[in-house]
Write a protein that binds this ligand. Structure first.
Ligand code: G16
Length: 542
């Protein structure tokens, strides 16, 4: 490694003075114009991680649900999962080092992690459709090559597709082929196999309206469509030809505002769904005959999937343990339903799929979903082997159930939450069970809830504990929340600093929408007063 060259190149990507960024919930995110040096340095860091693990590492350029003007970057570890926490710390040190310290920090990381700098390194890169993403991914490539790393640039990909590619490359193709065609083929084969098992697929299961948030999901679903034909036909909205990324559309908008996306043509009782900007989240919804909007979020997705998996396990006589992992945002009704009606153990993790993913790995079958629609299902190696063996050995009805489980294993993207894969799993389950969207929705009734964002001077003044359900600082905030919660029935509220946007998030639920709105607003005011608010606290209800 020629250190002089590293120093020379690094100077071309100089860090804006005073800018400090944190590797947050899903990597670094901020305004795109501040990210050049971060991209270069993450290219460099990915090479170190690749040399250390002797594996392919992924670098994804995206800010997912954030506004189009933002961008971001995250590294993907060898199994296709999120970067190890100790390396998140290295990412922070390297990103925030002043120019003259950059090389010293780099060498320090190499030494602490015992990186053999002579080892080969291979990096795969993907990017979303943001106007800034192409240039920023070139900065990543410059960081990779300056340290002598080899790379493959997949260009435009959804985030979960890049996770899939990394996983395939590091498991010698056992997980699938590390090409976009390999991804489509694997998922569509499993989906078509499952669809064949549905005794009579009515017309309503053959088509679905999808809001693509004006993002990469539209391009990738267009490419995939013919693999799904004639099983499922997709009608795409917000496909990026007119609107702005994530603007008044997409999964985050629909979940946060509990409204349909702009530009979607919805008839009553018609099943519709929204992806987010990089297609790692999905939520469903419909209008009932009275014109009332119904949101089916990640909690109900987890419930549908876990009840289906439980039924199949019962049919094949297996008592593999299933656990469901949620976050503090999970609706109280969903947790109650899972625990009391379905008798499934439920765990609460901190926000961020990286936290849920790790908890889910503790079960034979770990179902994890955030209420915002980000999640997947993980099957332990033992559970997968058992199911595949039973699919060969069993007969008749049991064989059919085991085969379905086998197809479900292949249909889930087990490397990361994936809106496309989740959508196909949901579509298959609804068809197999003959469930309408209304019947799915009727599994339980959500407690009315509201989420708002409050701007403060420094969101890090808020720290939390108990999987983010209680505030530790600033002093007096939790006490204020406790007092406010007491004013409402069936109520709960919490606050936490976002790890992807410069805001504090406030969540409240209560027995009526008015109460949830009012509680969210009052808690927002407490945050504003005690944590240095800026501007004004939004009035929920819009
Ligand atoms: C990312 C993470 C999610 C998280 C969301 C919001 O989603 O992957 O796990 O729930 O950010 O995080 P926060 O509340 O900390 O801003 P995405 O879809 O933007 O990648």
């Amino acid at each position: 490694m020629d250190l002089a060259v590293v120093t020379k190149y690094s100077a071309l990507y100089s860090k804006p003075s005073g800018l400090i960024l944190q590797y947050g919930t899903a990597g670094f995110r901020t305004k795109a114009e501040h990210l050049d040096h971060v991209m270069f340095r993450m290219g460099v860091l990915a090479v170190l991680r690749s040399k250390q693990t002797k594996s392919t590492i992924g670098v994804m350029v995206t800010a997912s649900h954030n506004p189009e003007e933002d961008n971001g970057v995250k590294l993907i570890d060898p199994l296709g999962d999120m970067l190890a926490p100790s390396w998140e710390e290295h990412a922070n040190c390297l990103t925030n080092a002043d120019e003259q310290d950059m090389l010293r920090v780099l060498m320090d990381i190499s030494q602490r992690e015992a990186v053999n700098l002579q080892q080969d390194a291979f990096i795969v890169i993907g990017r979303d459709t943001r106007p800034s993403s192409e240039k920023l991914s070139q900065s990543v490539i410059d960081g990779v090559t300056v340290l002598g790393g080899q790379f493959h640039d997949y260009g435009l990909l959804t985030t979960p597709q890049l996770h899939y590619m990394v996983c395939c490359r590091n498991t010698n193709g056992q997980y699938g082929k590390a090409t976009i065609e390999g991804y489509y083929q694997k998922l569509s084969d499993a989906f078509m196999e499952l669809s064949k098992q549905a005794s009579c697929i009515g017309h309503e299961y053959k088509s679905l309206k999808v809001d693509c948030a004006n993002g990469i999901g539209a391009l990738k679903l267009r490419e995939m469509e013919h693999y799904l034909s004639p099983g499922l036909s997709l009608q795409l909205f917000n496909d990026g030809t007119k609107g702005k990324l994530n603007y008044l559309c997409g999964a985050d908008f629909v979940k946060s505002y509990q409204k349909p996306p702009m530009g979607m043509e919805m008839k009553s009782n018609e099943r519709c769904c929204s992806l987010d900007g990089d297609a790692d989240r999905i939520v469903y919804y419909y209008y009932d005959v009275e014109g009332c909007f119904h949101l089916i979020d990640g909690d109900k997705i987890a419930t549908l999937i876990s009840s289906f998996l439980k039924e199949l396990l019962l049919e094949i006589g297996q008592s593999l343990n299933i656990g469901v992992v949620q976050t503090a945002y999970a609706n109280g009704s969903s947790t109650r339903y899972l625990e009391e009606v379905m008798k499934v153990p439920v765990y609460c993790a901190k926000t961020g799929v990286k936290h849920l993913h790790h908890k889910a790995q503790e079960f034979d079958i770990g179902v994890y979903f955030e209420a915002n629609g980000h999640g997947t299902v993980l099957f332990s190696k033992g559970a997968e082997a058992k199911i595949r063996q039973l699919a060969k050995e069993l007969e008749d009805k049991e064989k059919k159930a085991a085969k379905m489980l086998e197809n479900i294993i292949d249909l889930f993207n087990q490397a990361a939450g994936d809106a496309i894969s989740d959508m196909l799993v949901i579509e298959a389950i609804l068809a197999l069970k003959g469930l309408t969207v209304q019947q799915w929705d009727a599994l339980y009734t959500d407690l009315p809830n509201r989420q708002i964002k409050v701007k403060v001077a420094d969101r890090q003044v808020i720290s939390t504990t108990d999987a983010e359900r209680r505030a530790v600082t600033p002093p007096g905030l939790q006490e204020a929340i406790n007092d406010l919660v007491k004013k409402y029935k069936l109520s709960r509220a919490f606050v936490r600093p976002s790890g992807t946007e410069d805001v504090v998030r406030v969540y409240a639920e209560a027995d009526s929408q008015e109460s949830a709105d009012s509680l969210a607003h009052e808690v927002g005011l407490a945050v504003f007063q005690l944590a240095g608010g800026i501007g004004e606290v939004p009035r929920p209800g819009f």
